[in-house]
Write a protein that binds this ligand. Structure first.
Ligand code: CAA
Length: 386
């Protein structure tokens, strides 16, 4: 067993770390305060090759392996989860879906523009009444002579207000259940696509989140990704990549919590000595290190399986479950170490705490990950009615 990163992977990680500190961290507090979705940072991400990082170079991507992609996402996640969300959605949910399921024509049409950042994409699966039960789509696609007409509503869609292309999942024939689902690459520049910002979020203030009304949205036949009936599998396979990316971002939050807590505890003095010298503070740091290392190992394993082309849905769910829950706990512990100073945004741990909370919810709740793991172990699908 080899736990060493290659020289190239170490360089990729180091470069991502320096980029994050120079371009992202310096802006993260102001952007969060101002609820500013920073398109200049998006452009820098694209210039750096981080949008569509796993896309082969023939389609405009950086052609990174999954482990390397995870290293980049970890560093960006340490810097700012709002920025990390851009990378995760664009690369994992949108690009990986088109890469796996698209025709050559679709790949050449969409991927170079997504990788270059000219276009942003979004992933329209969740609906107001359809979250965990993703197969139960209420959005409808009706066949016309020239293509499809889509009506419905989507909810909690990252980048939905800025996307030029939206992956919209819709039911074509309710009697078919999940086998009736289609995935449509919708051009958002039309009147029927009506996004609206979701305000007053707990965290991810510098991230764009939309509700989307779809009113007689027209798409041509060649906007269908895969075939009718592939929609659910497209969603699930894209989420295999998306959950990996969330896991890697949360490793970054864990790592950030450790680094910030070590630094602060050595500076802050109480009872005449740095609080780092107290055993109970060291115990909190040790707890965070344990969670960080375990999350990173599980994430690397999932990435390694992806790079080998082996099945990895189970291992990705394990990594996502562990890393997100660990990051929530680390952010909480890091604030404990910072005391009152951690309750305001002078230190990144305040933002970590607010931003991390959504990670056990989006791209599949912790409970859904447990059911995926439980089903793999027992062979019993807990979600099928008895
Ligand atoms: N890859 C490819 N195909 C897959 C797959 C995968 N990972 N997982 C399942 N499938 C296939 C199965 O093989 C099966 O196909 P066949 O019938 O041909 O065998 C088909 O899909 C149905 O599979 P299941 O029976 O496993 O489906 P299910 O209905 O039991 O799935 C579930 C249940 C796993 C809970 C699923 O509904 C799920 O993951 N729900 C959570 C949804 C979710 O994560 N939503 C997050 C939205 S994204 C987001 O947050 C957006 C954002 O902007 C941040």
């Amino acid at each position: 067993m080899d736990f060493d990163l290659t020289d190239e992977q170490q360089l990729i990680k180091q470069t991502a770390r320096e980029f994050t500190d120079k371009e992202i961290v310096v802006q993260s507090r102001e952007n969060a305060r101002n609820h500013h979705f920073d398109l200049e940072i998006v452009k820098k991400l694209a210039d750096q090759g981080y949008l569509g990082a796993i896309v082969p170079s023939e389609y405009g991507g950086a052609g990174l392996d999954y482990v390397s992609y995870g290293l980049v996402v970890e560093e960006i996640g340490r810097g700012c989860s709002s920025v990390r969300t851009v990378v995760s959605v664009q690369t994992s949910l949108v690009c990986s879906g088109i890469l796996r399921w698209g025709t050559e024509e679709q790949k050449h049409k969409y991927l170079p523009k997504l990788c270059s950042g000219e276009w942003l994409g979004c992933f329209g699966l969740t609906e107001p009444d359809t979250g965990s039960d993703a197969a139960n789509q209420k959005t409808r696609a009706r066949k016309t002579d020239s293509g499809w007409v889509i009506n419905g509503a989507k909810m909690w869609i990252s980048m939905g207000n800025y996307a030029k292309v939206a992956m919209i999942f819709a039911q074509t024939d309710p009697s078919l259940g999940y086998k009736g689902l289609g995935c449509f690459l919708v051009d958002t520049d039309q009147d029927g696509y009506k996004p609206a910002p979701i305000e007053h979020k707990m965290g991810l203030h510098a991230s764009d989140t939309a509700s989307i009304a779809l009113e007689d949205v027209e798409v041509s036949e060649d906007a269908l990704l895969g075939t009718i009936g592939d929609g659910f599998k497209i969603a699930m396979s894209s989420l295999d990549s998306g959950r990996y990316s969330v896991a890697a971002g949360c490793v970054g939050i864990c790592q950030g919590c450790v680094e910030e807590s070590v630094k602060y505890s050595k500076e802050r003095e109480q009872f005449g000595k740095p609080i780092a010298s107290f055993q109970l503070v060291q115990a909190m740091i040790a707890d965070m290190v344990l969670k960080t290392d375990a999350s990173r190992m599980l994430t690397w394993r999932a990435g390694w399986l992806k790079d080998k082309g082996r099945s990895n849905t189970l291992e990705t769910s394990i990594a996502k479950l562990h890393s997100t829950e660990a990051a929530v706990e680390c952010a909480n512990t890091a604030i404990q170490i910072h005391g009152g100073a951690g309750y305001v945004d002078d230190h990144p741990v305040e933002r970590y705490f607010r931003d991390v909370r959504v990670t056990t919810l989006y791209e599949g709740t912790s409970q859904i990950q447990k059911l995926i793991i439980g089903r793999a172990m027992t062979g019993i699908n807990a979600l099928v009615p008895a």
